[in-house]
Design a protein around this ligand. Structure first.
Ligand code: NAI
Ligand code: 15L
Length: 265
């Protein structure tokens, strides 16, 4: 059954804009939120609320009346710790605390491949490997996964943490041939994450059916997720790019260039 009111955070972002329409069939009302401006509500099935995730009271009011949350909001790239602390670390705490207070039973958390970014590209990972975050951003997503587990163990709030690879219209480089997640597959994965019963806290990788995947996605199979797309159709275009030096982090680590950002001082 569709959700009555679904909260989408990060609605002004790259994925949020795409999901604004695609999530409509999953809920009677989608409450769209971001710190940045969004297009006004188009009809009665949309609510638009500007909210800073670092503001606990504002997040509490944002979550009131919602039945499920797709949490995409926050800093989505490597940045100085102080910025990550506000949007991501305080943000995820405020989301779960509000979920607890308002009886929200299900969260879909946009985690990231950067929680395991320091593994090498020739290593195959399942969802039980020790995390190896590749920066403050990856650390904040790692903390988010722990937060999700804690709020399940303590309060029974269920979460699917999706370690999204690279979700863009096309893979932009060779690394993304392995990490690419089409918008169609992302949408299906979110749907399964919202509606599969009894997920507790499940960690899945968000990747399409790419030829050279690095991730054993048994967790996603439990959700009944079968990716439909593959980066293979972009191979010729991507391989026309200049070669990447074998010493380039983009050729070594699953997290690519994120492993070499900073220090910030
Ligand atoms: P994005 O950066 O385009 O969107 C994130 C949105 O969060 C932005 O609109 C931004 O204004 C908002 N935001 C930032 N700080 C905020 C705050 N303090 N309060 C409220 N809103 C705030 O990122 P994108 O690509 O749309 O990603 C969405 C989510 O998925 C992010 O959490 C990102 O970390 C995650 N993700 C995305 C991947 C991708 O390939 N696109 C890969 C892995 C994870
Ligand atoms: C992420 O976590 C970022 O949010 C996104 O912008 C991409 O950089 C992606 O990972 C990636 O690793 O390609």
């Amino acid at each position: 059954a569709p959700v009555e009111r679904l909260l989408l955070t990060g609605a002004a972002g790259g994925l949020g804009k795409v999901l604004r329409d695609r999530l409509k069939p999953f809920a009677k009302v989608v409450r769209l939120s971001d710190i940045a401006d969004m297009a006004p509500a188009r009809d009665a099935s949309e609510e638009v609320v500007v909210c800073n995730l670092a503001d606990k009271g504002a997040v509490d009011a944002l979550v009131a009346g919602c039945d499920a949350i797709v949490h995409l909001g926050g800093v989505s790239v490597e940045r100085p710790f102080e910025e990550i602390l506000e949007g991501n670390i305080k943000g995820i705490f405020h989301i779960y605390e509000a979920a607890r207070r308002h009886g929200v039973g299900r969260v879909v958390f946009a985690s990231s491949n950067h929680v395991i970014g320091f593994y090498k590209q020739d290593e195959k990972l399942d969802n039980t490997v020790a995390r190896r975050p590749d920066g403050y951003y990856g650390l904040s997503k790692s903390f988010g996964e722990d937060m999700a587990q804690f709020y399940f163990d303590r309060y029974g709030i269920e979460t699917v943490s999706i370690r999204i690879g690279s979700s863009f219209p096309e893979p932009a480089n060779r690394r993304m041939m392995s990490t690419w997640l089409s918008y169609r597959d992302l949408t299906t994965l979110i749907e399964k994450s919202l509606f599969t019963p009894g997920v507790k806290h499940t960690v899945v990788y968000g990747a399409s059916a790419n030829r050279d995947v690095w991730w054993d996605n048994a967790g996603a199979a439990v959700l009944g997720f079968v990716p439909q797309d593959s980066s293979e159709v972009f191979r010729d275009k991507v391989e026309a790019q200049p070669p990447v030096a074998p010493t380039d982090p983009n050729a070594i680590y699953q997290g690519g260039a994120f492993t070499a950002q900073g220090p910030f001082e």
